[in-house]
Design a protein around this ligand. Structure first.
Ligand code: PEP
Length: 254
């Protein structure tokens, strides 16, 4: 079965609920006829409810950018998987480099979040990728291998079928520097092969692997034309209706 293209917007800490309602309405108007690309938006927690109301019964899905793996309790400032589901989320981003770097998230924590997300019926979008100094030291593949080993620890084949991976070279996030199509393809093929080795060929073939890092409408076609690039996780370009919807419209493998 061919993998479907997925374009996911990661809004990060941007947009109030009021601003989100305007943006989601604009996006919805522009993409309502698109059926060959899956579209996901990941607003901040405070805008999930309003975004969920606006996208209701449309071709846009809703995701969150983070959560905590416990069900409930004394975890001041945190939010649970059931709270996300209750707000209309089907997906959740896990292990974004900003969470790894700024909030010190470890592979052990990320692994717990992945397990909890799957148990709760949320599709995890697991972010991995190397920093600039790691790429320059030729450690890209070591970093990817080690992240996947830790993040996917004790995740069985059935659970793996639920996971989306986003390859996001840290040096390309929010910097305007995009990986070349060749660099992206090389990393994506490497990741797919690791999945094949850890699980099997079928799961490797079915796993959606997104590219993230300064993807925009001017470079999406080249990146998506690569055989192992199945879409994008978009930061900056997802904050404006025109740039996001243009990118979605150009996200076609044909
Ligand atoms: C991201 O936040 O996941 C991302 C890829 O950001 P940007 O598109 O701005 O580089």
């Amino acid at each position: 079965m061919a993998r479907r293209i997925l374009i996911a917007g990661n809004w990060k800490m941007n947009k109030t609920a009021t601003e989100a309602a305007i943006l989601v309405n604009e996006i919805k108007r522009e993409v309502c006829d698109i059926d060959n690309v899956d579209i996901l938006i990941c607003p901040p927690f405070t805008a999930l409810s309003v975004a969920s109301d606006v996208i209701n019964e449309s071709n846009i899905s809703l995701g969150a950018q983070n959560f905590y793996f416990e069900e409930s309790g004394a975890y001041t400032g945190e939010i649970s998987a059931s709270m996300l589901k209750d707000n209309g989320c089907s997906h959740v981003i896990i292990g974004h480099s900003e969470r790894r770097v700024i909030f010190n998230e470890s592979d052990t924590l990320i692994n717990k979040k992945i397990k909890k997300a799957i148990e709760a019926g949320l599709t995890p979008i697991l972010c991995i990728g190397e920093k600039l100094e790691e790429r320059e030291a030729n450690k890209t593949f070591d970093v990817i291998t080690s992240q996947l080993e830790g993040d996917l620890k004790d995740i069985d084949v059935e659970a793996m079928k639920e996971i989306i991976i986003a390859y996001e070279p840290v040096w390309a996030i929010g910097t305007g520097k995009t990986a070349t199509a060749e660099q992206a393809q090389e990393a994506h093929a490497f990741i797919r092969n690791l999945i094949k080795e850890k699980y099997n060929q079928e799961v490797a073939n079915e796993t959606i692997i997104l590219y993230g890092g300064s993807m925009k409408s001017s470079n999406v076609e080249e990146l998506i034309s690569q055989p192992d690039v199945d879409g994008g996780l978009i930061g900056g370009a997802s904050l404006d209706a025109e740039s996001f919807t243009e990118l979605v419209k150009k996200s076609n493998k044909e």
